[in-house]
Write a protein that binds this ligand. Structure first.
Ligand code: NAD
Length: 444
């Protein structure tokens, strides 16, 4: 079902009525999203304000903004970046206020606020830890305030020594492709070996990608985005979904593989398919997932079993089975959910499986880091797909409104994050879970 409030919001008359009546209904803004393949200068014609003047990463941030085609000043800045990596005492947080407060009225619709900080575990004093942690509260609240205008606010915690890996993450967050990521702390570190080359365009040229559950919804969007950036994609879905799967394969110029990920021989089937074709895989996206919602009191054992089998056990077994075929500097992306971070009534099975995914990426990341393989999870909030169509209408509307952006996300929003995490430049992120929820109310 189309979002009723999004439809209303596109009518100026309806907006006026809602405002006049003072209804407590957030009216969603149409988000600016990325279009077509990655561009070298996605911010051409836009401006990015960088502050403060003398901070440790100032020059690096200026370089990124310039390379993206941005100008240093403009009446309605598209984005502002505050480098707080040098802040060591709470009093210095005043610099954040001074830099961002004047921007709150002038920031462009659907614009971006980014704060750079340090991971709290990497700082040397208690005062510095308090100061750095304060940035999280600031960014999450800022995200809520600017969300009404479709804008986002995020925090990048740069580990000392990993500064040269900041570029790709900053490019992604400043670009329109991060439209539904807000209130999110991301850590850039040096855990995973860096690739020899980080292309800014066609980042996945020559790469082989496998996407499970790709016949529809988020998986289909991910397959399309990976292929758009140059990857050769294997579309995996259940044999019963062959018709839709074949259609997606044609759409993205890839190959369909009918396989139930819970089958005992699933890993062997996928491995044989890859060996018959390219012989290896660079990107594995574990997207296949199901819900079987019931309160625990009413849940049947088969509902528990299926949800855990598809959403978690299959990821563990498939990754183990494919390990010898995953190339150096490969990427593994797993679909978790904000339900895995916060829990949800009627989703003990689903939330357990999705929290398990978070544990999986945390544990696997250091084990494959030497091979340059990065492993991350994505925790979508409410995304408009068949899965969320199954939610009762009233609950569905409430779920949409819970995001800072007052709307549900689109499959493409998750696909853009999955593509970024699959790219060579994302080597600075591993073992992490990125929420793609428009700053929804839950989780870290
Ligand atoms: P969807 O139901 O539209 O698509 C899921 C796909 O997985 C389907 O094509 C289905 O056939 C496939 N699949 C299911 N069981 C399978 C199996 N045993 N073997 C192979 N394929 C199988 O769902 P979606 O909304 O696109 O969700 C994609 C992923 O994102 C899921 O892991 C889901 O849990 C997660 N997620 C979605 C949302 C949301 O709001 N839509 C929110 C949080 C997380």
């Amino acid at each position: 079902m189309a979002d009723l409030l999004l439809q209303l919001a596109s009518s100026s008359r309806a907006r006026r009525v809602v405002r006049t009546l003072g209804l407590p209904i957030p009216m969603p803004t149409t988000l600016v999203r990325g279009d077509g393949p990655w561009q070298r200068q996605p911010l051409a014609g836009r401006s990015v304000v960088v502050a403060p003047g003398d901070s440790p990463l100032r020059a690096a941030v200026d370089d990124v903004a310039r390379a993206m085609g941005a100008e240093a000043s403009g009446e309605r800045p598209w984005a502002a970046v505050f480098d707080a990596t040098g802040l060591e005492a709470p009093e210095q947080l005043r610099g954040l206020f001074d830099a961002f407060q004047p921007l709150m009225k002038t920031l462009a619709t659907s614009g971006r606020l980014v704060v750079l900080g340090r991971p709290v575990q990497d700082v040397s004093s208690v005062a510095e830890a308090a100061t750095q942690r304060a940035l999280e509260g600031f960014v999450k609240s800022c995200g809520r305030e600017v969300g009404r205008r479709g804008a986002t606010a995020n925090l990048v915690q740069v580990q000392p020594g990993a500064e040269e890996r900041l570029q790709a993450t900053l490019r992604f967050l400043l670009s329109p492709r991060s439209a539904f990521v807000s209130g999110q702390p991301l850590r850039v570190d040096g855990v995973c070996a860096a690739p020899p080359r980080v292309p800014l365009e066609q980042p996945l040229a020559g790469k082989v990608a496998l996407v499970t559950g790709a016949a529809r919804g988020i998986g289909r969007a991910i397959a399309g985005a990976l292929s758009r950036e140059g990857a050769q994609v294997v579309i995996l879905d259940r044999p019963d979904d062959a018709e839709e799967g074949e259609a997606v394969a044609r759409e993205v110029g890839g190959r369909f593989l009918g396989c139930d990920v819970t089958a005992p021989d699933a890993a062997a089937t996928v491995a044989a398919h890859l060996r018959d074709g390219p012989g290896h895989v660079d990107v594995v996206v574990h997207n296949a997932g199901v819900t079987r919602d019931k309160t625990l009191a009413k849940m049947r054992p088969e509902q528990w079993d299926l949800t855990l089998a598809v959403n978690l056990s299959a990821i563990v077994r498939l990754t183990e089975g494919l390990d010898p075929l995953i190339a150096d500097h490969g990427r593994i992306v797993c679909l978790s959910s904000i339900a895995g971070l916060a829990g949800n009534v009627g989703q003990t099975n689903y939330a357990a499986s999705k929290a398990g995914v978070i544990g999986f990426v945390q544990a696997l990341a250091p084990r494959v880091a030497e091979r340059g393989i990065a492993v991350n999870a994505i925790a979508p909030g409410f995304i408009e797909t068949r899965m969320t169509k199954a939610i009762p209408a009233a609950t569905r509307e409430v779920a949409r409104r819970l995001s800072n952006l007052a709307q549900g996300g689109l499959p493409t929003d998750v696909a853009e994050v999955a593509t970024f995490l699959s790219s060579p430049g994302a080597s600075g992120l591993t073992g992490q879970t990125l929420r793609v929820c428009g700053g929804n109310f839950v989780g870290r």
